[in-house]
Design a protein around this ligand. Structure first.
Ligand SMILES: Cc1cc2nc3c(=O)[nH]c(=O)nc-3n(C[C@H](O)[C@H](O)[C@H](O)COP(=O)(O)OP(=O)(O)OC[C@H]3O[C@@H](n4cnc5c(N)ncnc54)[C@H](O)[C@@H]3O)c2cc1C
Length: 421
């Protein structure tokens, strides 16, 4: 990226952070006539998280068209997002990219990606549009401090001159430096903890099933007596458990898990679609249908993999040479017990899932969520992950970045130009 000409006038808007929230904020303001917009990015390559997102495909948003359904995907920010999403929702994101030459497609689970299946399509689009509007992108320009004197912000960046403006949009994502900048400008920061991670289990037996995915299990996590539940797909790994349902569970329980040093009990119902009466009936049937078959040998449930069945069978002390005809009432009870509630000790966080985000950040109570302007410091705006907002996997994290960045850019422009909607 080429370096811009140095500014000989104060910027009308300084955006700190070249992620999706900062870019859409800068573009929206510039499209509404704000000039110059300066975007300061600490690294050499802006939009790096977009580039690596969604396994290189970028899960841009989710086809969740009703914003009341949309907000339930945000463990932090839920109700506060109703207003912002009523202004700029997934449908608007689809339209936004489409009118700038990028078509999105929907997958069966609702996730939306560029039709090219390449995150670079999104990165290129944002950079191209920003450039065409004259947004001044300055990479390798980490902002070290922001001071306000009267109505003017002085923004000091490493190795660069200082910048001045009446408006600053902070969009530094989960990076601690952004929270520090907000704190110094008088904002309350909700302590940051990781969200969307996998779980390490203190159990060696499940490791044998590493690589196996099961589409629908019911997970209940017990953290010091507080319970949280999710139903969905799980992936068994060599360290414990992963997959969308685990990421959703750790997202909702992120703070509790952190407070409890990532110790908890995880109970798994492997067959949540079968009630216990139905399971009892199934066992009666298996006794006749498979009378001469060894119980250990083959899972009688089509959606329960053999490897896992064998491990669960051993967990209740089953004998390899036992045939279905002789499955005792006790063994039936124990097997149903372990099938509907296998409990494991969680002993820590596993590696992050595909999409790791930070829970915590700028307290939403101090932000006007219809404009994204600070209630503490006028002229200061926020967007994206820096705020105490985070979603589960599925495109929800980018969605709130597009929404808050768009609202911030628009509010800045409205403040300066008072354009009509
Ligand atoms: C591996 C991975 C995959 C993901 N995949 C998806 C996905 O497919 N879909 C989805 O919805 N979400 C995904 N996410 C989450 C998503 O990437 C983030 O929620 C989103 O990028 C946050 O956007 P942001 O603009 O707020 O912050 P960021 O994208 O983090 O951008 C902030 C920018 O600010 C810069 N910065 C920080 N401090 C300073 C400073 N002091 N001065 C100047 N610049 C600074 C940073 O270098 C960075 O470029 C993924 C996350 C990860 C880690």
């Amino acid at each position: 990226m080429e370096l811009p000409l140095l500014l000989d006038q104060p910027a009308e808007l300084i955006v700190v952070g070249g992620g999706p929230a900062g870019f859409i904020g800068a573009i929206t303001a510039a499209e509404k006539g704000i000039n110059p917009v300066v975007l300061l990015e600490s690294t050499l390559r802006p939009l790096e998280k977009v580039r690596i997102s969604g396994g290189g495909r970028c899960n841009v948003t989710n086809a969740c068209w009703d914003f009341k359904d949309l907000v339930v995907n945000y463990p932090r920010g839920r109700n506060a997002l109703l207003g912002p999403f009523s202004r700029f929702a997934p449908g608007d994101v689809v339209e936004w990219f489409s009118s700038r030459g990028v078509a999105l497609k929907q997958e069966s689970d609702g996730r939306m990606f560029p039709v090219t299946n390449k995150s670079s399509t999104i990165v290129d689009c944002l950079i191209r549009v920003a450039r065409s509007l004259g947004v001044i992108l300055i990479p390798k320009s980490r902002v070290l401090s922001i001071n306000k004197s009267g109505s003017i912000f002085e923004v000091k960046s490493k190795d660069m001159e200082n910048f001045f403006s009446k408006r600053v949009l902070l969009a530094t994502g989960g990076h601690p430096s952004g929270r520090e900048l907000a704190l110094n400008l008088g904002h309350k920061i909700i302590s940051a903890v990781p969200s969307l991670f996998t779980l390490k289990l203190d159990d060696n037996t499940l490791k044998k099933c590493s690589g196996i995915a099961i589409d629908k299990v019911c997970l209940t996590i017990n953290i010091n007596g507080k319970l949280s539940q999710q139903i969905g797909r799980i992936l068994l790994t060599h360290w414990g458990v992963s997959g969308p349902a685990i990421l959703r569970l750790t997202s909702f329980a992120a703070r509790l898990l952190h407070e409890n040093n990532y110790k908890a009990k995880l109970s798994i119902n492997w067959l949540p679609h079968l009630e216990s009466s139905l399971l009892n009936e199934s066992f009666q049937l298996f006794r006749y249908k498979y009378a001469r078959r060894f119980i250990f040998n083959k899972s009688p449930f089509p959606n329960l993999p053999n490897k896992l069945w064998k491990i669960l069978f051993k967990r209740v002390g089953g004998n390899d040479n036992q045939r279905w005809a002789y499955c005792s009432a006790k063994l039936q009870k124990d097997l149903i017990g372990v099938l509907t509630s296998s409990t494991y000790e969680v002993c820590g966080r596993g590696p992050f899932g595909e999409e790791f985000v930070t829970a915590g950040g700028v307290d939403l109570g101090e932000v006007n969520l219809s404009t994204m302007e600070s209630r503490i410091c006028s002229g200061l705006y926020f967007a994206g992950e820096l705020m105490n907002i985070d979603g589960v996997t599925g495109g929800f994290n980018f969605q709130h970045c597009w929404t808050s960045g768009w609202l911030a850019g628009r509010s800045v422009a409205k403040d300066l130009n008072d354009f009509l909607d």
